[in-house]
Design a protein around this ligand. Structure first.
Ligand code: 5MM
Length: 341
């Protein structure tokens, strides 16, 4: 595998492949395990993630890379093989979450700022030695228009931090996945999501240019343009696709090789159908694929349930979702394939 940032970025968005976001912090994975009644320990987290990394068909054919958490990149499988080696053996690229999470933004009630820049240069050098060739930093932009959220300060502070992170990654030979997530938790409509996402992406690319980040060696990980869950509205895939592509055409330079969406709380099939609709109205100047956490893992988590005897069923559930999203990344998915499975 070439060490050039442009080559790594191209491999991340290789035709029909996408990322598995398995970088849940300890608090988040505990919440996920609570739902399936599994105690969250270092071993249970290892067993669960190892189950996915050993799902050979999915990893070889549909997954280009895996975003890991600090604990996981240092862990070994039950037989002593480093988890990073399992990922590499499948042909996928190990990546690492390097942000320290979203914290309240002082002076701006309802806004957050993602922290983690202190000591990042040294941490990146360490992660490179551990095998990471790409990283991820997630900025969180909430929408609550009644309260003036997000403020312009939240957008500028978060995009500035993303740009400083991206520049440090490239200095370390690591491709930055730049994730400005406009949350879909609110009661806003799809047009408000469009406007907030547009303001965020315009500022983001200003900041990336100012920080001298080489766009060819980056990947964007955005939300789709979609109504907030509390609005009670579900947009059709065609509407999501049309507004999402309109947004990117106005804001994302064509020098960016690829866009790998987060799922953001969409239902599994909804995230697949929307990605498919986005690709079906192509061609586009960027590769458009998935970097899903929940939309790839909800089904295998449920099938696994912490029980070793369920590993094959959980791997089948993971492989199915990865396959469906592979087809969606090519614009070739059909709802009937879900029923058939
Ligand atoms: C897998 O979840 C990631 C980690 O979240 P926390 O730091 O809150 O534990 C998250 O950043 C994820 O990579 C993205 O949000 C995409 O995941 P979804 O579930 O939205 O597809």
């Amino acid at each position: 595998m070439s060490d050039r940032l442009e080559d790594i970025a191209a491999a991340i968005v290789a035709e029909g492949k996408g990322l598995l976001a398995a970088d849940e912090s300890s608090g988040t994975i505990k919440k996920r395990f609570d739902v399936i009644g599994v105690e969250s320990t270092a071993d249970s987290r290892r067993d669960y993630r190892e189950m996915m990394f050993r799902a050979t068909e999915a990893m070889k054919n549909y997954i280009s890379g895996v975003i890991l958490y600090d604990e996981t990149i240092r862990q070994e499988g039950a037989d002593g093989t480093p988890l990073v080696d399992l990922i590499k053996a499948s042909g996928a690229i190990p990546g690492i979450k390097v942000d320290a999470g979203a914290k309240p933004l002082a002076g701006f009630i309802g806004d957050t700022i993602t922290e983690g820049l202190d000591g990042l240069r040294e941490r990146l050098a360490d992660y490179y030695k551990l095998g990471a060739r790409f990283a991820k930093w997630r900025a969180v932009i909430d929408i609550d228009t009644g309260r003036g959220v997000p403020s312009a300060t939240a957008i500028s502070s978060n995009t500035h931090a993303l740009a400083r992170y991206a520049a440090l990654c490239q200095e370390a030979g690591i491709v930055p996945i730049v994730e400005p997530e406009v949350l879909m938790d609110g009661s806003h409509d799809i047009d408000t999501c469009y406007e907030v996402s547009k303001a965020t992406l315009i500022k983001l690319y200003d900041e990336l240019h100012a920080a001298r980040v080489v766009l060819e060696g980056t990947i964007l990980k955005p939300n789709m343009v979609i109504a907030g869950r509390k609005s009670g509205k579900t947009n059709s895939p065609d509407e999501v696709a049309e507004k999402t592509i309109k947004l990117f055409r106005q804001t994302v330079p064509v020098a960016v090789p690829g866009i790998a969406f987060l799922s953001g709380g969409q239902e599994d099939e909804e995230a697949t159908a929307n990605l498919n609709a986005i690709n079906a109205i192509g061609p586009h100047p960027w590769k458009l694929t998935f970097s899903y956490g929940r939309a790839l893992q909800a089904a295998p988590q449920k099938a696994w349930g912490g029980n070793r005897s369920n590993v094959a069923a959980a791997q089948a559930a993971f492989t199915h979702r990865a396959h469906m999203n592979h087809l969606a990344a090519l614009g070739e998915w059909k709802a009937s394939l879900e029923q058939a499975a």
